[in-house]
Write a protein that binds this ligand. Structure first.
Ligand SMILES: N[C@@H](CCC[C@H](N)C(=O)O)C(=O)O
Length: 294
């Protein structure tokens, strides 16, 4: 949150526009439909809307657009700090549900910055999204240095001679993730080291940072520090990244329940096509309108 966002007297480009509030397991979104009335968004307006002191408040600001170069509906994802990013798993379920309600279809495709997504309705407010294929190459994550085995990347936390955490996995699932496998996820001071790892020089585009505790072959407890936001109740892409990383380390099966602070997601990394299927709930909280002089 900048001073400019709290003190600006110029009305925001959002002034007078309607929005929806939704969440996926407590991961909060403001959703703006720009399909009929496009506008060029600026970082300050997004930061102002995302901050609960100056706007409706959310972790990610989501747009529905007809964006040049993309087929069909485009889902734009902006973190609370105003940065536009490639993917958001929880918002993908919410947007898929909105488009299904709008069209009456139970299967839907839409575009994102990282790749087109396909989603299916599983229940009244339960959606499965095909999140595509994970990437493990150091250039794809991306990492700033060559590392051939990204199941264990060369980062240590704590004293050099006695590190407390080391060797996280790195995965890209449309956005970059760094996952530390730990004995006790609740005991980790994620709010302290999350920002350090997010901005670690090894991640030139920064990273989402998680601590994962493997509970069984089919269950993972996960806490997440999100890039551009901080600790959130849930992160869908982090759940995908952690499930894939755990299976690559032979810790879990291909299908696992990932328990985040806000609840459970089912993640399956399919053998037949290498795609990750994320299944979970959506919540529609309500609607609002930015004031005319917002
Ligand atoms: N909450 C999201 C992820 C949002 C983007 C992320 N913070 C990033 O910067 O990549 C999810 O549910 O996946």
């Amino acid at each position: 949150m900048t001073d400019a966002a709290t003190t600006s007297t110029t009305p925001s480009v959002l002034a007078g526009r309607p929005y929806l509030k939704m969440n996926g397991l407590g991961n909060k979104f403001v959703i703006l439909d720009l399909r009929d009335d496009p506008v060029t968004l600026d970082e300050e307006s997004i930061r102002k809307a995302s901050n609960p002191k100056t706007g409706p408040g959310c972790d990610q600001f989501i747009t529905l657009e007809h964006r040049k170069g993309y087929d069909g509906v485009f889902m734009g994802v902006y973190n609370a700090d105003g940065s536009e990013v490639g993917a958001c798993g929880n918002a993908a379920r919410c947007v898929a549900w909105l488009l299904m309600e709008e069209t009456g279809a139970s299967e839907i495709d839409f575009a994102t910055l990282s790749e087109p997504l396909h989603a299916s309705r599983i229940g009244e407010k339960r959606i499965a999204v095909d999140m595509g294929e994970p990437k493990f190459g150091w250039r794809d994550i991306p990492l700033s240095e060559q590392m051939d085995d990204t199941r264990f990347v060369d980062i240590k936390l704590g004293p050099i001679d006695k590190p407390v955490l080391w060797g996280p996995s790195a995965v890209n699932v449309g956005n970059p993730h760094c996952i530390f496998f730990v004995e006790d996820a609740e005991a980790q001071p994620l709010e302290k080291f999350g920002p350090m790892i997010e901005h670690h020089p090894l991640f030139p585009e920064q990273a989402n940072v998680s601590v994962a505790q493997v509970l069984s072959k089919h269950a993972i407890r996960l806490r997440v520090w999100e890039r551009g936001v901080g600790i959130t109740e849930a992160c869908g892409t982090a759940a995908c990244a952690a499930a894939v990383a755990a299976h690559r380390r032979r810790l879990t099966a291909r299908k696992a329940t990932v328990t985040l602070d806000g609840g459970d997601l089912t993640i399956e990394w399919r053998e037949e096509d290498n795609h990750i299927i994320m299944t979970g709930p959506i919540t529609l909280e309500g609607e609002g309108r930015f004031a005319d002089d917002y």
